[in-house]
Ligand binder design. Structure first.
Ligand SMILES: NC(=O)c1ccc[n+]([C@@H]2O[C@H](COP(=O)([O-])OP(=O)(O)OC[C@H]3O[C@@H](n4cnc5c(N)ncnc54)[C@H](OP(=O)(O)O)[C@@H]3O)[C@@H](O)[C@H]2O)c1
Length: 215
């Protein structure tokens, strides 16, 4: 698969490396592409770097991994080129407050995946890779015997299958939680957010979360 990655920070580099190890072609990007040269050249063949527009043109699948304050700029820039493509949104609707704590930047009753789909109307948005800190993934990723769960959501079943394969290839266990509406369970402050869980533990917590929301 050809994977275009927007954002060459912690998330972009981590999954770029894992998917490259799995045999995919990756194109990683930022506003300052030159700083990604050592990373891409360190991976070797099948790893490229450049700007976000090039990454979107390259990818059959796009991973969106930028800081949330950049989301409006990025989605405006890639909207046309991303049309018809699968965009996996790994962003969290959070910003840092001056005291260093994190603040949710979309209203409590909105779902981040649906917000992203409204910003990229021609793309097929999936939500995954949001809910686990990179340090946890580094520690627990195991391609041979994966044990730690990563949730995913998308409106199209075939897209959920593709994302599930990428989760598995990152050494994690995919937990398909349904459509983008259901992806509220991936958003910050849900009981699965940034918790290391088995797939069974994650499903149990999601059931409880849904029951509470429905009540
Ligand atoms: N870190 C985690 O453990 C983790 C886990 C799950 C989800 N997430 C989410 O994933 C997203 C990325 O997190 P991160 O930790 O990888 O952040 P990061 O290390 O700060 O990297 C963000 C990257 O986005 C790029 N970027 C920012 N604005 C851009 C723009 N307008 N156009 C293109 N690229 C732009 C930056 O590169 P340039 O400045 O060079 O353009 C930078 O490489 C966030 O939404 C975060 O909430 C993070």
């Amino acid at each position: 698969m050809k994977i275009g990655i927007i954002g060459g920070g912690s998330i972009g580099r981590l999954y770029g490396r894992l998917w490259h190890q799995a045999g995919h072609e990756i194109f990683i990007s930022s506003r300052n592409p030159g700083k990604l040269r050592p990373f891409a050249e360190g991976l070797g063949d099948r790893a490229y770097f450049g700007d976000p527009d090039q990454a979107v043109a390259f990818g059959d699948v796009i991973l969106l991994a930028v800081n949330y304050p950049s989301v409006d700029d990025v989605t405006t820039a890639i909207r046309d080129r991303a049309a018809g493509k699968l965009v996996i949104d790994a962003t969290n609707p959070l910003t840092f407050k001056p005291d260093g704590s994190l603040e949710r930047t979309i209203p409590e009753n909105e779902v981040a995946g649906l917000v992203m789909q409204s910003k990229l109307p021609g793309a097929r948005v999936a939500k995954s890779f949001t809910s686990l800190w990179t340090g946890h993934v580094e520690q627990h990723s195991d391609v041979d015997t994966p044990s730690v769960a990563m949730p995913l959501a998308a409106d199209v079943e075939a897209d959920r299958k593709i994302v599930g394969t990428l989760v598995r290839e990152a050494g994690l266990v995919p937990v398909d939680i349904g459509d983008l509406e259901a992806s509220a369970a991936l958003d910050p402050q849900s009981p699965i957010w940034n918790v290391v869980l088995s797939a069974d533990e994650m499903r149990a917590r999601i059931d409880t979360f849904r029951t509470r929301k429905a009540a």
